[in-house]
Structure formats: structure tokens, C-alpha cells
Design a protein around this ligand. Structure first.
Ligand code: 3NM
Length: 214
């Protein structure tokens, strides 16, 4: 458990796939570029493909992330995460309850949970999760089922109160990432800003220059 979590606790950029925003590149191509950019936690997020196609992609990603020492997390699909041998699974508020997922995946797999309010962040402490997502910090069109931005105030709350590791997400760009890292977010997730960049490796390097490191 610890080694999978170390990449998260080290802080930095949390990468996600999003084929529809990837300028025609496949999820696997994008993951290779995220790895080349030095990203250490990657979430496979895919909403549209059939299970068999997702499994093939995840099998490839598992191999590449294993070789690169990257923590590999699958969004939503517990069965896919298990079948692919992923390091973790990321859940939304309306997915299977984390305690039930824990029974399925055991103690060796990380469980992440998206949260969108102080109440949800507080509740997560009593659930069997390893980290929480905090967002959307800014308006985003990438996630259709969560729309209104919760703003930097919610991030401030989590920075002050949370007993769990967390990743800030939602509408974060090269131009506003400083405000997020400056407020104490050590792990920062970006979807479109990174997968939609013509040169992903340069984009990540540029974003890194804008992040406060302690
Ligand atoms: N989760 P972008 S917001 C996947 O608030 C996701 O939990 C969110 O995409 C949450 O970086 C979001 O393109 C989409 O705004 C983030």
C-alpha cells in the first residue's frame, strides 16, 4: 500500500486520460507521453468504450506504468481495476460505497473518492479511502455530472481540516495552477490542459515551473 501511495504523497501533477480531448491521440499514446513528462500518478478515465476495449488499454498502461514506477488508478470500474492489476480505483459520490469496494479489492489497492463539499470531505474520513479528490475548483466542462465550481474556499477548508491526502481538480490550467498550489494543494490534477496540449511533455514542464514546491 505504502509504495503505491508514495507517488501521491510526494505531490506534483496527477494525470488523467480523456480520449475525447486528446487531439486524436489514443489513451495509450497519451499515457506514454504523461510518463515521458515524468508524471507519477495516472488515472485511466474512460466513459465511452466497451469493457473489452478498456481492458486492452489498461493492460498496456499497467505494463508501462509498472516499468516506469508510476501509480496507476482506474476511474469508476472496480472490475476493470482488478482485472488490469491497477494500483487503485477512483470512485465518485454515486458509485459503490468505498467500504463495499474495499471488501472487493482488499487492503492492497488504493481507493480514491471525489468530494465536492466540506461535508463530503468530513464524511470521507470515516470511509475506507486513501485519498480524496477536491473539486471542481474552477468551472469545468470536462465532467458533466458535476457542474458548479466549489471554488478555492473548499480547497482552503480541506487544506486546513482534512486528515486525508487530497488532489485538487477541476478547471485547473497553467495560468491558474499557482493559486491552487499556493493555497497548499500538493497534488494537482488536470485533464484538458494536459491531454489537449499539442506538446504534452513541454506543457507539463511549463506547468511544473508554475507550481510552488516546498
Ligand atoms: N473530477 P479539467 S472535475 C474528472 O470535481 C473531474 O471531482 C472533478 O477536468 C471533480 O481539468 C473533473 O479539464 C474534470 O477541468 C477536470
Amino acid at each position: 500500500m505504502r509504495s503505491k501511495m508514495e507517488n501521491f504523497l510526494a505531490g506534483g501533477i496527477y494525470g488523467l486520460t480523456a480520449a475525447e480531448y486528446s487531439l486524436g491521440r489514443s489513451n495509450t499514446e497519451v499515457v506514454d507521453l504523461l510518463i515521458a513528462a515524468g508524471i507519477k500518478v495516472i488515472q485511466y478515465r474512460e466513459k465511452y468504450k466497451k469493457a473489452g476495449a478498456m481492458f486492452e488499454e489498461c493492460r498496456y498502461i499497467r505494463e508501462r506504468t509498472r516499468l516506469a514506477g508510476v501509480t496507476f488508478i482506474v476511474n469508476d470500474f472496480v472490475d476493470l481495476a482488478l482485472a488490469a492489476g491497477a494500483d487503485g480505483v477512483h470512485l465518485g459520490q454515486e458509485d459503490l460505497p468505498p467500504q463495499e469496494v474495499r471488501k472487493l479489492v482488499g487492503n492492497d489497492m488504493l481507493i480514491g473518492l471525489s468530494t465536492h463539499s466540506p461535508e463530503q470531505a468530513d464524511a470521507a474520513v470515516k470511509l475506507d479511502v486513501d485519498y480524496i479528490g477536491v473539486g471542481p475548483i474552477f468551472p469545468t466542462h470536462t465532467k458533466t455530472d458535476v457542474c458548479a465550481a466549489v471554488g478555492l474556499e473548499y480547497l482552503d477548508y480541506v487544506v486546513r481540516q482534512s486528515k486525508l491526502p487530497f488532489v485538487a481538480i477541476g478547471g485547473i490550467k497553467e495560468g491558474n495552477v499557482l493559486s491552487v498550489s499556493h493555497r497548499g494543494a500538493r497534488m494537482i490534477a488536470m485533464v484538458t490542459e494536459i491531454v489537449g496540449a499539442a506538446d504534452i511533455v513541454s506543457k507539463v514542464a511549463q506547468i511544473r515551473r508554475n507550481i510552488v514546491r516546498d
